[in-house]
Design a protein around this ligand. Structure first.
Ligand SMILES: Cc1ncc(COP(=O)(O)O)c(C=O)c1O
Length: 463
């Protein structure tokens, strides 16, 4: 069968994380510009999710990116970074990324996605310890609810059972620590101030695994799952101390936080983490080409480079693809020249205030949290009692009211139920007040509808 780009989705593409029902209801997108995209019927949507938290510079058009890709295709469309060869643009990108990273020095390793970056970090941690004679360190600590990808290793790290369950039994590789979630923190919520017990829970997880068995702690600077969970003051330092105490590597998964989302090049810099390894993808090219990377500190890289015969036994054909690398370089230029990091810091004050205003008037919004252009609103049944929706209610609300309601109104955003129910905004970094107005007023209208449904008893198990 021949299809054209204007025909509706045929169902022949097996789309990712898509249920059978959602396959039938798929909306096919044909074009995008700035913060907006259009479907086959010509309907316009505001993309308050930036693709998948990833189109950081927005949809353009950016002639700089087109020129960089065309030039690279014409000069060197491909050459692998293998067998004693490197392509020049991947070399330049590596140097530039290290300069932007929280490390003074180090080594960048390129892959194609966030999952593979996390996978690479896990394998690097395992081989690093083995080289140093710590052969038994093969467990990892990650946080409840967290998402770190889909490849088998990264999958084992996920602190959310929904992604793991279809594939169990998986290697029992992970010990879970608490997320940084003051609103529902088992330790500090009752007393009203943070005593960093969530940081100490990382130590509890390490001790539970046996410190001699733990290779690395893997966390996001600001956790996406559960709704933009910000680390409290002192948490980054506490986790660093704990990792140092037990000889465990600290991996910061910057897949979403990197490249301006929280107003700095990396979330580690924004919050003051001192990692051993960082992973990234998405905003590295603003998703104009698939690319991920891992940067290891010089301390972690050193054992691999100090002996001629030693090799990190990991790699793939497309790692450091020259066209992706050229696009990444142009993307970094745009972020830098357009002052997008400072722009996020400045504009996010307004976005935050508008969300706070919605929260103060809407009975379903319990709190606003997050940082920069990474903002979540926790949605509850009863604000006074902090009463959460049941898992069935959450899933019904998302699939029957919230997602379709936002889509009908032309707003692309996310509703997350991996911990409690949260609405999430991660707009392109170019978004400004006009977009904030649409985001917040549309969300209000969607929440009004949801509140009516809940109180009419049309959401199962509701009060
Ligand atoms: C924190 C984090 N790590 C890893 C991944 C996996 O990235 P990818 O989908 O590019 O494999 C994601 C994807 O959303 C993510 O949010």
């Amino acid at each position: 069968m021949t299809t054209t780009s204007t025909e509706p989705a045929s169902g022949s593409q097996w789309r990712h994380f898509t249920s059978a029902g959602a396959h039938r209801d798929t909306v096919t997108i044909t074009s995008a510009a700035g913060c907006y995209f259009w479907d086959t019927t010509g309907k316009r949507y505001l993309d308050a999710l930036a693709g998948l938290h990833s189109v950081n510079i927005g949809y353009g058009p950016w002639p700089e990116i087109e020129a960089a890709a065309s030039k690279q295709l014409a000069t060197l469309p491909f050459f692998p970074n293998w067998f004693g060869f490197a392509n020049d643009v991947a070399e330049q990108l590596a140097e530039r990324l290290i300069g932007l990273s929280p490390f003074d020095d180090g080594a960048a390793f390129f892959v194609q996605s966030g999952s593979e970056a996390v996978e690479s970090a896990m394998k690097l941690a395992l081989q690093y310890h083995k080289i140093r004679g710590d052969v038994q360190r093969n467990l990892f600590v990650s946080r409840t609810g967290a998402y770190h990808g889909v490849t088998m290793g990264a999958l084992t790290l996920n602190g959310s059972d929904v992604f793991r369950a279809p594939f169990e039994p998986l290697p029992n590789r992970i010990r879970k620590a608490a997320p940084t979630y003051p609103y529902r923190c088992q330790w500090c919520a009752p007393v009203g101030h943070c005593n960093l017990s969530c940081g100490d829970d990382v130590e509890t997880a390490i001790l539970d695994a046996g410190p001699e068995n733990v290779a690395a702690v893997v966390i996001e600077p600001l956790q996406n799952s559960g709704g933009a969970l910000v680390p409290p003051d002192g948490y980054p330092q506490r986790v660093r101390e704990i990792c140092d105490r037990y000889g465990v590597l600290l991996v910061l998964d910057e897949t979403i936080c990197g490249f301006g989302r929280v107003g700095e090049w990396f979330g580690s810099i924004r919050f003051g983490f001192q990692p051993d390894i960082i992973t990234m993808a998405k905003g590295l090219t603003s998703s104009y080409a698939p690319m991920g990377a891992m940067i290891a500190s010089s301390g972690v890289a050193e054992p691999f480079f100090s002996k001629d015969s030693r090799t990190f036994m990991h790699g793939s054909t497309f790692g450091g693809h020259p066209v992706s690398s050229a696009i990444a370089m142009a993307n970094l230029d745009i972020i830098e020249h357009q002052g997008m990091l400072a722009g996020v810091r400045q504009k996010s004050v307004k976005l935050r205030a508008m969300c706070e205003d919605l929260a103060s008037h809407h009975p379903m919004v319990a709190e606003v949290r997050g940082d920069g252009f990474f903002i979540a609103l926790e949605l509850v049944k009863d604000r006074e009692r902090r009463l959460a929706f049941t898992p069935e209610e959450r899933s019904q609300l998302i699939s029957k009211v919230l997602m379709p309601g936002a889509r009908r109104r032309g707003l692309q955003m996310k509703f997350d139920d991996r911990l409690e129910l949260a609405a999430l905004f991660t707009p392109p970094l170019i978004a400004a007040e006009d977009e904030f107005d649409i985001m917040v007023s549309t969300l209000k209208s969607v929440l009004d509808e949801a509140w009516t449904e809940v109180h009419a008893g049309r959401v199962s198990g509701s009060c």
